[in-house]
Design a protein around this ligand. Structure first.
Ligand code: GTQ
Length: 351
């Protein structure tokens, strides 16, 4: 964190006698003043998160190659991590709190049951016939579906279809790991129980209210089908022709709060030819195109995002999205660190 090269009235580390510096080091002590400006940068945080674009056309072939090279027994989770070089590839972060991975499951394969402290979601990218069993609930995986595997819940992935299935994993692993709270437990394959949250919470505004007992589940809805999210966006756009940001937030239907503790998830529709300027906010953000073709301008970068492409933006940065299609809407899945920033009391919206 040291930044002793600044032109400042603050003393530098080199200004101190070497024997004094050596004494401090032996005592596990560090002078604050040479590092004060680095710890508290003026007006805006230092961000290591770089805007990066992962085109699916380049990612897919190397993911399929992983399918040839590494059998499931050797992988447990066959994932290529979308790592931001600004954080060091080996740290497997796309941003300070977000991890992204593209996971491949081939026909007949299964990824064994486990549970862990980090929260995960899956955004299904391609293929049919796979499902994830989460806490005993069987969740079919179709393109665009969002499936939760919240902290502590058992989950395993199975595939009975005949083509490769690919999905994007979004985890809060970096922040859970940083807090020295990341661990996992391996388990036995789960028994599928009756009950599907995506069925009983299928209509917004109408809550199942059994008279004698509430479900009491912290995560009552685990699967958010794309057909429902897409229909909500189209209905919103049609109902409110003047609305600029046609966006939904994935929420817990019992509480109305974000679906998970640290990361927020959203789906956005861009009308034909629409340009949308997203305001400057503190959290980093990930964009994944579910349908359509979108130009994203992030700092000095202009990314052309085709279907299934993914990119990221650092926090405190405005992002401009433009639908490149003149005759059809484009649909984008977003993940960000807003819930975490709100809990930390540092959420900011500038302008
Ligand atoms: O599918 O359970 O990308 O445990 C990273 C860790 C996926 C998973 C990841 C995991 C999983």
């Amino acid at each position: 964190m040291q930044d002793s090269g600044r032109l400042d009235h603050l003393g530098r580390l080199e200004d101190l006698p070497q024997d004094y510096r050596d004494d401090l080091t032996k005592l596990n002590l560090v002078p604050l003043w040479p590092s004060l400006r680095a710890a508290l940068p003026a007006g805006i945080p230092t961000r290591n998160t770089r805007p990066i674009h992962w085109p699916y056309a380049t990612l897919r072939p190397v993911l399929m190659k992983a399918g040839d090279l590494t059998p499931m027994e050797k992988a447990e989770r066959r994932v290529l991590v979308l790592a931001n070089p600004g954080h060091g590839l080996e740290n497997m972060k796309v941003s300070p709190a977000m991890y992204l991975g593209m996971q491949l499951l081939l026909p007949g394969e299964c990824a064994p049951s486990h549970r862990h402290t980090p929260n995960a979601v899956r955004m299904v990218v391609e293929g049919d016939g796979a499902y994830t069993i989460v806490d005993g609930e069987k969740c079919p995986m179709n393109r665009g579906d969002l499936i939760l595997t919240p902290t502590g819940l058992w989950h395993e992935h199975q595939h009975t279809g005949d083509q490769a299935v690919v999905w994007l994993d979004v985890l809060d692993l970096p922040i859970i790991y940083y807090a020295e709270t990341s661990y996992g437990i391996e388990g036995q394959s789960q028994e599928v129980k009756v009950g599907r949250g995506d069925q009983i919470y299928a209509r917004g505004g109408m809550l199942p209210t059994p008279v004698f007992a509430r479900s009491g589940k912290a995560y009552p809805m685990l699967r958010y089908p794309w057909v429902a999210a897409r229909a909500s966006l189209l209905a919103l756009a049609e109902d409110q022709p003047g609305l600029e940001a046609v966006q939904i937030t994935y929420v817990n239907p019992e509480t109305g709060q974000d679906v998970q503790n640290n990361l927020g998830f959203y789906a956005l529709m861009l009308r034909p030819n629409q340009t949308l300027c997203l305001p400057v906010r503190s959290p980093a953000c990930v964009f994944h195109v579910i349908e359509g073709n979108v130009e994203a301008v992030i700092e000095q970068n202009t990314f052309t995002l085709a279907e299934a492409d993914t990119c990221c933006a650092p926090g405190y940065t405005g992002v401009t999205l433009r639908n490149r299609l003149a005759d059809q809407p484009s649909f984008v899945f977003l993940a960000d660190e807003s819930p975490l920033h709100r809990k930390l009391g540092v959420f900011e919206h500038r302008g």
